[in-house]
Design a protein around this ligand. Structure first.
Ligand SMILES: *Cc1c(COP(=O)(O)O)cnc(C)c1O
Length: 391
């Protein structure tokens, strides 16, 4: 069965005698027991809930995983994963990662005695030489957010496995529809389901999916022990979003490709980052390990002030973080989603101050292209280009 079909054809309410087409929202904290000594499939929603079970089964199915777990946000999912590591362990993290993940790794984890090393995940030699004896987990994105860099996921998986470490891939930008990291050798995939999977910008949710039974047992334990499992209504919203993932992503991706093409030929744009463009250094590699370039792209103008004006001159692109929603968004990662990077740090230095991130939505492509082109013209008129770093 193709994934598009699997997204809409699934067991929405296993065991329900009324056979509802939509999964019922089991909005309950507890489930009665038959007796003091007998317990049914569910007893308390923190430990398990039928709406969450339906979502997790569907997530596992589309990810090609044995088990999937739904959490209250993408960060809660990543946090549950990294907390399975013992004190003294180290994580090797890609040098370009979602800003919230960097905050968790660099500012929260050291308190639990877990160290973090960093390497450019698109450079396998750099990654290999950054491993330490204590490295237990390698965590990467591909494409990365927001620089859209590509890592050879099979190559990274080989390096991690040879070292006896787990490979975790944050697949939020791609969704399982475009890339399935477990098939490329990753041990676990994380998603911010807030983005493409739920797809309407109205719920926070996160996912972990794995084929590793030992890891799955630890994650199930953590989900119950720490209480970060996704609430029934939010599970239902994600389930509903998943049904339209294929058509949404197809449209958003087509819009992103059209925007990338326009930007690529625009005189006010110094660089476009979109793995669907032939000129992207990781384009061929990405095409080998993914089924599309996705809905997110980034570009530079050579001038931070001009980039700010572009962002503020669009009419159809909302100035908002996130992606994967119905409406298109535009942002300055250095000032918004990645503003928490430590000033002067290597990660902050790698982030161009004039970087604009565009998350294509579901509008008509011509309208989006026209609006962004007009915003570029307006920015050029109002902010003649200035050397980067000049004030
Ligand atoms: C948004 C995002 C996250 C965090 O997910 P939340 O649902 O916002 O907690 C993690 N990784 C990536 C790549 C993201 O884009």
């Amino acid at each position: 069965m193709h994934l598009d079909t699997a997204l809409v054809q699934f067991e929405s309410a296993p065991g329900d005698p009324h056979r509802p087409s939509s999964t019922p929202i089991y909005q309950t904290a507890t489930f009665e027991q038959a007796s003091a000594l007998e317990c049914g499939a569910y007893d308390y929603t923190r430990s398990g809930n039928p709406t969450r079970a339906a979502l997790e089964a569907q997530l596992a199915r589309i990810e090609g995983a044995r088990r999937a777990f739904a959490f209250t946000s993408g960060m809660a999912a990543v946090a549950a994963l990294v907390r399975t590591l013992p004190a003294g362990a180290r994580i090797l993290a890609g040098s370009d990662l979602y800003g919230g993940t960097v905050r968790l790794l660099e500012r929260s984890l050291p308190r639990s005695g877990i160290g973090v090393d960093t390497a450019d995940a698109s450079d396998l030699d750099a990654l290999r030489s950054a491993l330490r004896p204590e490295t237990r987990l390698v965590l990467v994105e591909s494409p990365t957010n927001p620089l859209l860099e590509i890592a050879d996921l099979s190559g990274v998986a080989e390096i991690a496995r040879a070292h006896g470490a787990l490979l975790a891939v944050d697949g939020s930008l791609m969704s399982p529809l475009l890339q399935r990291p477990l098939e490329l050798g990753a041990h676990v995939v994380a998603h911010s389901a807030t983005k493409h999977l739920a797809g309407h910008g109205d719920v926070m949710a996160g996912v972990l999916a794995t084929n590793d039974e030992a890891l799955a047992a630890e994650l199930a334990f953590a989900q119950n022990a720490e209480g970060a499992g996704l609430a029934p209504f939010d599970c239902w919203l994600v389930l509903r979003g998943l049904e339209t993932l294929a058509v949404r992503l197809e449209r958003a991706q087509r819009n992103a490709a059209r925007l990338a093409e326009m930007l690529d030929g625009h005189p006010a744009v110094t660089r476009v980052r979109y793995p669907g463009l032939a000129g992207h250094p990781g384009a061929l590699l990405h095409a080998r390990q993914a089924r599309g370039a996705g809905s997110v792209l980034a570009f530079e103008t050579g001038c931070a002030e001009r980039s700010r004006r572009v962002v503020e001159s669009t009419r159809l692109f909302r100035i908002a973080v996130s992606f994967g929603g119905a409406a298109s968004r535009i942002s300055l990662p250095g000032r918004m989603s990645h503003a928490s990077l430590a000033p002067g740090s290597e990660r902050a230095r790698r982030l161009p101050p004039d970087l604009v991130r565009v998350a294509a939505g579901l509008e008509d492509a011509d309208d989006l292209v026209e609006d962004l082109a007009r915003a570029l013209e307006a920015a050029v008129r109002s902010a003649p280009v200035r050397r980067l770093g000049a004030t």
